[in-house]
Structure formats: structure tokens, C-alpha cells
Design a protein around this ligand. Structure first.
Ligand SMILES: [Zn+2]
Length: 120
């Protein structure tokens, strides 16, 4: 985890305008701290390391590190989302099964559509 200032800067940039149950994408940083978009996922620099924004947000809201060996999954299927209500830790294996079940696997068109929305 990075410094408290870095994390609060990220939390302050969450777009919560849709309300508690909506997806919370991360807004742009004025000074470019939000570095790249990786398959629609926002990456932020924390303590000099690139981290996935939703992982940082999950840890900040839950006050703990992501359990070892687990990944953070989106119940909303929106990789840009950082709403902790839509995030839950799970095993990588379960996440892959979930993806296949929802038809996200090998679904290039849907993925591109999502990326386009995200880049707006
Ligand atoms: Zn969401």
C-alpha cells in the first residue's frame, strides 16, 4: 500500500455521481497519476508501483490487504468500476469460471465495446 495521501487522492477521484449502487469509475487525475487503461481497468501509481485502481479501493474500504492468492472480481462485470460493493475477492480459478459462464470468455466484440465506452 502507498501513502495515505496517495490513496485519499484516488478515493477522491471516484465518480460516485450515480449513487451508492452504481458503478464508480475513476476520473482523470489533473497531474496524470492515473497512468494507463489496461483492458478498461484503471491503473494508478502508488509508492512508485503501478496498481489496479479497484484493488487499491477494495483494500482502502475494507482496511485490509487482499488475501493472498485471491483476485478481486467484479459482480457488475465492469472492469473500470471501483465501487467496493461490486468487488469481492475470489480465487482466480472461480473468476475464470464466472467469466465463461457469463459469456465473457473469448468475446472480443463485447470487450472492445466496453473499452470504447471506457475511453470516452
Ligand atoms: Zn460496478
Amino acid at each position: 500500500m502507498g501513502s495515505r495521501e496517495e490513496i485519499s487522492a484516488i478515493l477522491a477521484r471516484l465518480d460516485r455521481s450515480g449513487g451508492d449502487d452504481a458503478c464508480w469509475p475513476l476520473g482523470q487525475f489533473r497531474y496524470g497519476r492515473l497512468v494507463v487503461r489496461n483492458h478498461g481497468r484503471a491503473t494508478v501509481k502508488i509508492g512508485g508501483r503501478s496498481m489496479l485502481a479497484y484493488r487499491v479501493v477494495w483494500e482502502a474500504f475494507n482496511g485490509q490487504r487482499i488475501p493472498k492468492g485471491l483476485v478481486i472480481c467484479h459482480s457488475c462485470d465492469n472492469p473500470a468500476c471501483c465501487n467496493p460493493r461490486h468487488l469481492h475477492p475470489d480465487t482466480h480459478r472461480n473468476n475464470s469460471i464466472e467469466m465463461v459462464n457469463r459469456g465473457r470468455h473469448d468475446n472480443g466484440a463485447a470487450l472492445r465495446r466496453r473499452q470504447k465506452l471506457d475511453e470516452r
